[in-house]
Design a protein around this ligand. Structure first.
Ligand code: ZN
Length: 496
């Protein structure tokens, strides 16, 4: 039965219903928004004290895909993603040092200068990866009054308590605490380390407002003295300001379910007296060659570096070829395979477009393949955004287009036009995998030529024809391209 409230896929007559895995219920559920046709969506944004790495790319490309698909199926989406520029504590929370404050002190810049630099850097990277900008990207530092107001409400309702200018959330006053992460308060308390903060009533209580001494570089006046908000608070306060007390989707990285998202739920539902986010979508992390990625582990890959080696569509394809709830392992082979995949889709699209431009009518038959690909694509995406299966459907269409055009009889013009529209809409608008820019085509060509030159040079070296091998290196250097020989491989870069 088709429900009036459910939007139809604009490019087809079949009304499929979207099902999403909701972390809150640990089940795939039919997605029914609060207001028909409209989706309010929030995602935890980056802490802007460094350049973004490919873990950020995985999270925000996945969220971008969700937003694009919702819009494709006819929803109006308000997508809010915050910028954490204050209040995100280091692992050593008790030191009271904020990541932003610490980095600003180390770089000897004003905290807002640091925040501005890395916020710009973040959006530069996201733009390059074709991640559409959120409708609103509110900054925590610009929403201190909203956060103070929420702390005040929590104190008034008896969910929080103040000790010497610090305000804590009392987890024992929230009977549902732990419902998002599936942790039980008893287990948390039993497993808690001996807490060094003697002001807490319970070990799991968390800071809503943290006092700051006069020397602290990020602080604001509040009813409890000078200080700054705890990290979790900003998402609750800004989601309420821009999406209302109850809204449809809250996204984020899997590693933030506890304590960050759990604390958001607890304080929002306590302050508002109603449900917070209705669907929680969590994106899994990635590994590098099977290892956990981290700055401290020395294997973090910045997006800016990844983009020197791979195309934006290649990186998107790589991320979307695995389900968003699965761990993704970064290897050169996997990225090379993703580049090949993107090429395959774009080549089929280009061939179909050239055939349409040539205007020669051919044999019928491709039409069914197009219709089937569309149906399979939507079925896959409606099944908790199964992008891997959706891409497989597009691959099959690419194969059918190629074989129809390679056959002597060609394809019907109308069918080819439909194939073009399907690639442009589904591979392009929804997944962001279609290359349009000729600059990108040039980049791709450069990459190919460099691969050829590097492999020629290593063949020459293996044959001990060093003069020729060196000539390749020297002439590239003269053209501004440097080669670096590493064990087992040669990498290239443009001289800056
Ligand atoms: Zn958050």
């Amino acid at each position: 039965m088709r429900r009036a409230a459910r939007p139809l896929h604009p490019d087809s007559e079949f009304a499929l219903s979207l099902r999403v895995f909701n972390t809150l219920t640990r089940a795939k559920e039919e997605f029914v928004p609060l207001t028909p046709g409209y989706v309010g969506m929030y995602c935890c944004g980056p802490t802007v004290y460094d350049h973004a790495h490919i873990g950020h790319a995985k999270l925000y490309v996945a969220m971008d895909m969700v937003v694009r698909y919702l819009r494709h199926t006819g929803y109006r989406v308000r997508y809010v993603m915050n910028i954490t520029d204050v209040g995100h504590l280091t692992d050593d929370a008790d030191s009271g040092e904020d990541k932003v404050a610490r980095r600003a002190a180390a770089e000897r810049v004003d905290p807002m200068e640091l925040v501005e630099t890395y916020t710009r850097s973040f959006f530069e990277d996201m733009d390059a990866l074709k991640v559409q900008r959120p409708n609103i990207a509110p900054r925590a530092s610009a929403h201190i009054p909203e956060q103070i107001e929420m702390v005040r409400q929590l104190l008034e309702k008896g969910f929080a308590y103040e000790v010497d200018g610090a305000v804590y959330f009392d987890v024992t006053r929230a009977p549902e605490y732990g419902k998002l992460s599936g942790r039980r308060l008893e287990d948390l308390e039993a497993g808690a380390r001996v807490d060094v903060d003697p002001n807490k009533r319970n070990p799991s209580d968390f800071l809503l407002w943290r006092p700051a001494a006069p020397g602290h570089i990020l602080r604001w006046p509040s009813p409890w003295g000078w200080g700054y908000p705890g990290w979790h608070l900003e998402c609750s306060a800004m989601a309420r300001r821009y999406l209302g007390e109850t809204f449809d989707i809250h996204g984020g990285g899997l590693e933030n379910i506890f304590p960050h998202n759990e604390d958001e739920v607890a304080q929002s539902e306590a302050a508002n007296g109603c449900a917070f986010a209705r669907y929680w979508i969590h994106v899994n992390s990635l590994t590098v060659g099977g290892q956990k990625m981290g700055k401290s582990l020395g294997n973090a890959i910045y997006i800016k570096d990844a983009l020197k080696r791979w195309t934006p569509e290649g990186i998107r394809f790589f991320i979307l070829s695995t389900h968003y709830r699965s761990v993704l392992d970064v290897t050169d082979d996997a990225l090379a395979a993703a580049e090949a995949g993107v090429r395959r889709l774009n080549t089929a699209l280009r061939l179909a477009e050239e055939a349409v431009a040539a205007g020669k009518d051919g044999q019928a038959g491709l039409g069914e393949a197009v219709e089937e690909a569309r149906q399979r694509f939507h079925e896959a995406m409606d099944d908790d955004f199964n992008t891997a299966s959706a891409i497989a459907a597009l691959f099959d269409l690419a194969r059918d287009v190629n074989s129809a055009l390679a056959s002597g009889t060609g394809a019907r013009l109308e069918d080819l036009k439909e194939a073009v529209a399907t690639f442009r809409t589904l591979a392009g608008d929804v997944l962001g995998l279609v290359r349009d820019d000729s600059a990108e085509a040039d980049q791709e060509l450069t990459r190919h030529l460099m691969e050829i030159l590097i492999s020629l040079r290593s063949t020459l070296r293996a044959r001990k024809e060093f003069a020729l091998a060196d000539e390749i290196r020297d002439r590239l250097a003269a053209a501004g391209i440097e080669l670096e020989d590493r064990p087992g491989e040669t990498v290239w870069r443009r001289r800056t």
